[in-house]
Design a protein around this ligand. Structure first.
Ligand code: CP
Length: 320
């Protein structure tokens, strides 16, 4: 589970359905049956080489709820600090019994390399600016909690802001399009990828946020708007935007813009949020905001993804 590009739609749908089962069980405080033989003798290594709050915590809780043996690998306290290579680190963890890796890194190549070196299933927890598949899956689950099963089909979903640096935007674009939505990117030209050959042919790209929200540029109002974090840490030079104030003026989901939106338009943000930059604090906490619900869906989604990755890699389970 490293990319959502060119995935089988029936497979994505079945993954979301399983995540829904886990979420319903979580809300009702019930246990859901998971094949114990499948999970026996598994050891999941959670390798968060780049920092994380939401994804890391929910993967750890998801592993715990599945009853998996899970080990947190802490790069800052590891021999990586003594110059050990990533390859030797991965092979060492495999020799210690790792059967599956959850990987987050600033480098887009890390999950692919770990998969190649170890032969183990690898789940991306966000790699570089490339993809963040479990975030997109939990966002789809969130939207379908509001719109109903299969409700993404036929909807118009706007993704706004720092798309160039957003792995979330890439995974969402592949997933939402596969599930039948019209995806629209909007943001400053300097932050919208100009090479879009890998993306769905029907992806729409706009540069004027107000036109997209209010002036029927799309031919209809959007059904949901995903606000992206301005990723200051990935802006190599500060030239991408003239100033934070100007960015907020043109591309921020300010309280003024939110007030003018139709009541049924939903607002999402994958977090962490720069309050008062890409979204005002009051908007993030408003009744149309799905931010909290997105986080709530993280555990169930990651349970479904880990279970599926293990099923695929070790059909029938691991022998001791
Ligand atoms: N959305 C997201 O990936 O947040 P974290 O960086 O806190 O995991």
């Amino acid at each position: 589970m490293i990319t959502l590009r060119d995935q089988n739609v029936a497979e994505l749908r079945s993954l979301l359905d399983r995540a829904r089962e886990f979420y319903t069980a979580q809300v009702q405080n019930k246990k859901i049956s998971v094949d114990p033989q499948l999970l026996q003798n598994q050891m999941i290594v959670q390798a968060f080489i780049e920092s994380s709050t939401r994804t890391k915590t929910s993967f750890e809780l998801a592993a715990r709820r599945l009853g998996l043996n899970s080990v947190a690998f802490s790069p800052a306290q590891s021999a990586l600090n003594k110059g050990e290579s990533l390859k030797d680190t991965a092979l060492t963890l495999k020799a210690l019994g790792a059967t599956c890796f959850v990987v987050r890194d600033t480098s887009s190549s890390t999950p692919f390399q770990i998969a190649e070196w170890t032969g183990c299933p690898v789940i991306s927890a966000g790699h570089g600016a490339m993809e963040h598949p479990t975030q997109a899956l939990l966002d789809a689950l969130t939207l379908e909690t509001v719109w109903g099963h299969g409700g993404i089909a036929g909807k118009t979903i706007v993704i706004c802001g720092d798309i160039d640096h957003s792995r979330v935007a890439r995974s969402q674009t592949f997933l939402f399009t596969a599930l039948g939505a019209q995806v629209v990117w909007v943001g400053p030209k300097t932050l919208v990828p100009q090479d879009r050959r890998l993306f769905p042919k029907n992806l729409q790209v706009e540069y004027d946020f107000d036109h997209v929200l209010f002036d029927r540029t799309l031919g209809k109002k959007p059904d949901a708007v995903v606000m992206l974090r301005l990723q200051f840490e990935r802006h190599e030079k500060t030239g991408a935007i003239p100033s934070v104030r100007e960015y907020r003026h043109f591309w921020g989901m300010t309280a003024d813009r939110e007030k003018k939106l139709s009541p049924e338009v939903k607002i999402l943000h994958p977090g962490p949020i720069n309050r008062g930059v890409e979204i005002d604090g009051g908007v993030a906490e408003s009744s149309r905001s799905l931010v909290e619900l997105q986080v709530e869906h993280g555990i169930a989604t990651r349970m479904a993804v880990m279970e599926r990755a293990i099923q695929r890699a070790y059909p029938g389970g691991m022998r001791s």
